[in-house]
Design a binder for this molecule. Structure first.
Ligand SMILES: Cc1cc2nc3c(=O)[nH]c(=O)nc-3n(C[C@H](O)[C@H](O)[C@H](O)COP(=O)(O)O)c2cc1C
Length: 354
């Protein structure tokens, strides 16, 4: 059974969005159940101070989200924005890791509500949810005078609802087996790591050509001897992704340079261009977070990313990382803005030995 969870953005007893969700519960195809989240009106207004000891209504919402394969958000527009009910519920889900990557469909009972739709999309993208376009609905229910039974009986409403539920329940296509394996780096990897790091660094940052400063920097930093030292350093931990032809990427953790209360830094996560988009970067990040938790005792890690590296920033945002400050990288008299990010906290179940 695929369980979908609906968040209704209207608290009105006669809410059109609530009727829409009621109709959808009856229209769900075999093997799919749509549950409507318990009273979102009972959630306290979001306050980070309350996160230390979550209120019961928040714990209920978290449990419902964790138990669902995908979410439907059905909400009216209030004054060109999302309703406070939905924004508040989403604020309680920002730091809740199971929400990251969750498939979400946006449903609205009025095609006029463009502003709330745009704002909701922006929020969901920031929270690293996956918006499932074929499952999004915009139905002309405002003024149609239909309750749940009426919606169910009208093919112009019922057919798109069924199709949306099917699209949301279907899930993404299963991933093919990866062409790489992850393992801890060994002393014998130093030469290959140096070459890999040099290649990835230049292709990422030498946008405008290889200057004297850049050449001097990379040739001094990415050497077999420097990597041999990193591999022998008790404060550091390196993981590699290896394919049949050699190393494809690596992640490097460092303890002892705390930032914002976090002890462990993800100093480097480099993946060769041909291995980008294969899931290797996600796997290295996940494994690095696990290693930070299990071997270095850090439930969350911090990292810095060049502010112009949109690809990397989007990657970390999709993984649930949030911005927490800025820093500068200096090279040859030039200063480059870097953004500081922190990962979500590792939950106890995720961190358990498998
Ligand atoms: C306070 C308030 C503000 C509203 N603002 C907008 C708006 O900006 N744009 C819009 O299209 N509809 C707006 N509406 C109309 C609602 O979207 C419409 O009444 C909808 O049916 C409410 O959803 P519900 O029936 O599920 O409660 C507003 C309604 C209220 C009560």
């Amino acid at each position: 059974m695929t369980t979908l969870l609906a968040l209704c953005g209207s608290l009105r007893a006669a809410s059109l969005h609530r009727e829409l969700l009621g109709a959808a519960q009856d229209l769900a195809p075999a093997g799919v159940s749509l549950r409507i989240a318990s009273d979102l009106g009972a959630l306290p207004l979001f306050n980070p101070d309350l996160e230390a000891e979550l209120p019961a209504a928040v714990r209920r919402l978290h449990a419902e989200v964790a138990a669902a394969e995908a979410l439907v958000i059905a909400s009216p527009e209030y004054a060109h924005g999302v309703t406070g009910t939905i924004k508040n519920a989403l604020d309680w889900l920002v730091g809740f890791e199971p929400f990251v990557g969750r498939r979400v469909a946006i449903w609205k009972a009025s095609p006029r509500a463009r502003h709330a739709d745009a704002a909701l999309r922006e929020t969901l993208r920031t929270m690293a949810a996956e918006i499932v376009e074929p499952a999004c609905l915009s139905l002309p229910l405002l003024g149609a005078r239909l309750d749940a039974a009426g919606i169910r009986a009208a093919p112009a409403m019922a057919d798109p609802i069924r199709a949306a539920l099917r699209a949301l329940a279907q899930g993404p296509a299963p991933a093919a087996a990866p062409g790489w394996l992850l393992r801890p780096a060994q002393a014998g990897d130093a030469t290959r790591l140096a070459a890999l790091a040099l290649q990835v660094w230049l292709s990422t940052y030498a946008w405008e050509g290889v200057s004297e400063d850049i050449a001097a920097y990379v040739l001094a930093r990415f050497t077999p001897a420097a990597f041999a030292e990193l591999l022998a350093d008790a404060q550091r931990l390196l993981l590699v992704g290896e394919g049949p032809g050699g190393l494809l990427g690596y992640a490097q953790l460092r303890r002892g340079a705390p930032q914002g209360g976090l002890e462990v830094e993800l100093e480097t996560l480099y993946v060769q261009a041909p291995a980008q988009g294969t899931g290797l970067a996600q796997a290295l990040l996940a494994q690095a977070r696990l290693a930070a938790y299990r071997q270095l005792g850090a439930p969350a890690i911090w990292l810095s990313v060049n502010a112009r590296n949109e690809r990397a920033l989007n990657f970390y945002r999709r993984a649930g990382c949030i911005e927490c400050g800025e820093t500068w990288f200096e090279l040859g008299g030039g200063r480059h803005l870097n953004l500081l990010l922190r990962s979500p906290n590792m939950s106890r179940t995720e961190g358990e030995e498998r």
